[in-house]
Design a binder for this molecule. Structure first.
Ligand code: FAD
Length: 402
């Protein structure tokens, strides 16, 4: 029998990535029986390990599982793409033309990579010694390129605007430089790190530590600069210094480029987009994670316009807030839980060393391990990133237990 054109669920969650599955699992554990997750992908990814895939410290296969295996029991999985949302009519439209209605909506479709925004980049990534760790298929290519490079210029770029894991564009530069040092070729390679910002990192204390790490490898850093053009076959990249307006052409031996990012186009075009976000991210109260106009709608994860870093670690703190506040709204009560902006970035500084940056909306450090100094590159923190956090993700976070 064909599926009905219109069906209703008490809670509809858009996106079955880190945020969507975490919230779905929590709602199911709390006894909500009618939860639907709309997710078109048959695969679920653990993206934080992609940096280590690109750095030759993890296999891509360890970062992916079948979506069916992570979908919480009792949740209805709608394997379709959402194309539009109408918050007044309480509907979401699916790619197959069907419509879902809901009492509560949780928006968690992540963000969109926009390689087309830089002329030449989309055609170049994955070939011509250019890659990005921001794509499952391309992260292994980064490691291939790093191993092939024995001289010349290695270019690492970060785009302007909010992106997921803002530390990742520079982490791969440190992993590569450490590898080249161990191979005794670092002195033959000019490593350039291009940052659109004046600082290394949003949190100034860890930013200073990173400045020292980059200097230790002899990395040239271009601040207030970004990639504006790539000619893959010629191995030529053009950089723009936004302060002086000067352009610089670099002939590279390898390029690691992070594409510009934004909310998915249909999200940016929806009434839920924040008019204050030039990138179309979703409007949401930064403490309750609820939409200010439509109190039956919540948003979290990369798609939310929150003044904190977009990370899986942030979602680990956001998911319980959304679940608690949605359960309260269901009972007709005001939201009891508040998100303090906690985020964390494991900053890989070498093949076996890591800093752990953890802070909140005020950029105040929020250490999970107050007795150890995570502003110093540490082996135990590297073990946490490589083995501890993936296990926490697959076995606890996606089950609504962490
Ligand atoms: P995602 O996990 O991307 O999920 C979004 C889901 O929505 C996807 O499954 C997608 O298929 C689905 N979707 C998309 N469009 C639609 C649609 N139209 N309809 C329905 N569903 C849709 N975080 C850390 O905490 N630590 C790190 O060290 C770290 N390093 C990173 C390194 C890299 C290279 C990258 C790329 C990310 C890193 N992150 C890190 C960030 C972290 O992975 C993300 O912040 C997190 O996965 C975002 O979760 P999300 O659920 O918002 O989006």
């Amino acid at each position: 029998m064909p599926a009905p054109l219109r069906s209703h669920h008490e809670v509809v969650i858009v996106g079955g990535g880190t945020a969507g599955i975490s919230v779905a699992a929590r709602l199911r554990r709390a006894g909500v029986s009618d939860v639907a997750v709309v997710e078109p992908s048959q695969r679920h990814f653990y993206q934080p390990l992609w940096t280590l895939v690109g750095g030759g410290r993890a296999d891509a296969a360890q970062t992916v599982r079948p979506q069916a295996r992570v979908m919480p029991k009792g949740v209805t999985w709608v394997a379709e793409r959402v194309t539009a949302v109408d918050p007044d009519a309480r509907t979401v439209v699916l790619g197959n033309g069907r419509t879902l209605t809901y009492d509560f909506l949780v928006m968690a479709p992540g963000l969109q990579l926009n390689p087309d925004a830089i002329p030449g980049l989309a055609e170049t990534l994955g070939r011509d010694e250019a890659s990005t760790n921001y794509h499952f298929d391309l992260a292994p290519r980064t490691w291939h390129n790093i191993r092939q490079t024995r001289g010349g210029t290695a270019l690492f770029t970060m785009p302007p605007g909010p992106i997921k894991c803002a530390g990742a564009p520079q982490k791969i530069a440190y992993l590569a430089a450490d590898w080249w040092r161990r191979q005794d070729v670092l002195h033959d390679i000019r490593v350039i790190l291009v940052l659109p910002t004046a600082a290394f990192f949003s949190q100034p204390q860890w930013g200073e530590v990173l400045r020292g790490i980059a200097a230790g490898y002899g990395i040239e850093v271009r601040h207030n600069t970004h990639l504006v053009d790539v000619d893959g076959p010629a191995h030529r990249a053009t950089l723009l210094d936004t302060k002086s307006g000067a352009k610089e052409e670099i002939h590279y031996a390898m390029l690691h480029a992070v594409p510009p990012q934004s909310a998915p186009d249909w999200v940016a075009a929806s009434p839920l987009a924040d008019p204050d976000s030039p990138f179309g991210y979703l409007q949401v109260d930064q403490y309750t994670l609820r939409n200010p106009r439509w109190p039956n709608i919540f948003a979290l994860g990369d798609v939310a316009n929150l003044p904190t870093s977009k990370t899986a670690a942030a979602i680990r703190r956001q998911a319980p807030i959304v679940a608690a506040n949605l359960l309260a709204a269901r009972r007709g009560e005001p939201p009891p839980a508040r998100y303090d902006g906690y985020t964390s970035c494991p900053l890989t500084t070498a093949r076996n060393r890591m800093l752990l940056a953890e802070f909140d909306y005020d950029l105040t450090p929020q250490p999970s391990f107050p007795l150890i100094d995570t502003m110093r590159p540490r082996y135990d923190m590297w073990l946490l990133k490589r083995y501890g956090l993936p296990a926490l993700y697959w076995h606890a976070m996606l089950h609504g237990r962490a």
